[in-house]
Design a protein around this ligand. Sequence first.
Ligand SMILES: Nc1ccn([C@@H]2O[C@H](COP(=O)(O)O)[C@@H](O)[C@H]2O)c(=O)n1
Ligand SMILES: C[C@@]1(CO)OP(=O)(O)OP(=O)(O)OC[C@H]1O
Length: 157
Amino acid sequence: MRIGQGFDVHQFAEGRPLIIGGISIPYEKGLIGHSDADVLLHTVSDALLGAIGEGDIGRHFPDNDEKYKDADSKVLLEHVWSLVKDKGYRLGNLDCVIIAQKPKMAPYIGEMREVIAKLLEADIEQINIKATTTETLGFTGREEGIAAQAVCLVIKA
Ligand SMILES: Nc1ccn([C@@H]2O[C@H](COP(=O)(O)O)[C@@H](O)[C@H]2O)c(=O)n1
Ligand SMILES: C[C@@]1(CO)OP(=O)(O)OP(=O)(O)OC[C@H]1O
């Protein structure tokens, strides 16, 4: 059994779609990145890579490679999951937190869990996603961006 953690931040900008956990959330602004800037799927990818000792997503999908411009982070996570399976692991559980003053994530969390469970070939009960504000404090509180953290356990299949 091995543990991994992930952390990621993306900045808000006008005129960008807000994609978190593989779903589009209707909102007045979105996140900037080289890819689709899905802060939650990046965090999950990093947690899994950490668990198998494979570095981070920047190493696997460099942000100066045109191939990943506007990349769908579901495809990146799918690739990370194939690396986990190649090393002979299955998912134990995954626990995530989205740190965002706005918008309210609660209405979308069920769908995010379904997307991630499907990508990781897991049951929805193995995937937990939480959200919190920072009570208006810091860069998330000022609505300059969104952060996400994840912890996962992988188990030898
Ligand atoms: N972007 C967010 C932030 C929070 N939630 C939900 O609200 C609850 C209370 O948040 P506090 O930061 O005031 O503790 C939190 O437990 C989440 O259920 C949310 O949906 N979206
Ligand atoms: C996903 C990648 C690659 O397109 O780009 P970004 O969307 O900028 O995301 P980030 O979490 O900053 O780093 C990982 C990058 O390699």
